[in-house]
Design a protein around this ligand. Structure first.
Ligand SMILES: CC(=O)SCCNC(=O)CCNC(=O)[C@H](O)C(C)(C)COP(=O)(O)OP(=O)(O)OC[C@H]1O[C@@H](n2cnc3c(N)ncnc32)[C@H](O)[C@@H]1OP(=O)(O)O
Length: 156
């Protein structure tokens, strides 16, 4: 059993010149990649198993990032399911409260062969806030599944 706060994983990186888009700003895909990587580190540390990204929900880019800025990414696990863990990931400018992006990353515990496996670790939800975020994650999951079904049936 691990306390939710102990799942918190923080990484900082500089938006380098080779990460730019046509407008001279940090490419959203580069920021997403860093957030995805941190969600992977956070969940791998938690469950001591390989994890793969199953879904990214409500990823929002709140403000553009200038090249040269230092970004602090924080990931924390809100909810542990059967084979998955939902991580909230947020990117801020280092030393400020300026949010650049945030989203919910669902990571699945997998075997070396890439088959999903039961998460053999539990979270201790200590505070009322921990429990509230867990309950919200459970509610969100129902919506994700409905939306995903719509995506699969989209006539394209
Ligand atoms: C860090 C990286 O770069 S990873 C690279 C990108 N990711 C990948 O290539 C992964 C590709 N996908 C896969 O290989 C497979 O889908 C797997 C192995 C991850 C999962 O396969 P399955 O177990 O068959 O998926 P399944 O549909 O049962 O869902 C697994 C879990 O995700 C949850 N889930 C499924 N869809 C969603 C969704 N849209 N949103 C949130 N959670 C979801 C399920 O509820 C389930 O959780 P639970 O076991 O805790 O209840």
């Amino acid at each position: 059993m691990k306390a939710k706060q102990d799942t918190k994983t923080i990484v900082k990186f500089r938006a380098n010149g080779d990460m730019g888009n046509f407008y001279g700003l940090l490419h959203g895909g580069e920021l997403f990649k860093m957030m995805d990587t941190i969600a992977g580190v956070c969940t791998r540390r938690f469950c001591s198993n390989k994890t793969l990204t199953k879904a990214v929900n409500n990823l929002t880019f709140n403000a553009p990032t200038k090249l040269g800025e230092i970004i602090k990414i924080t990931a924390i696990i809100d909810y542990v399911g059967k084979t998955s863990m939902e991580c909230f990931v947020r990117a801020k400018v280092e030393g400020t409260d300026i949010i650049k992006a945030s989203g919910y990353f669902t990571m699945v515990s997998v075997s070396e062969d890439g088959e999903s496996e039961i998460v053999n670790e539990k979270i201790e939800y200590v505070t009322d806030e921990d429990k509230m975020y867990r309950d919200l994650a459970i509610e969100r999951r129902k919506i994700y599944k409905e939306v995903n079904l719509l995506q699969q049936n989209y006539k394209l």
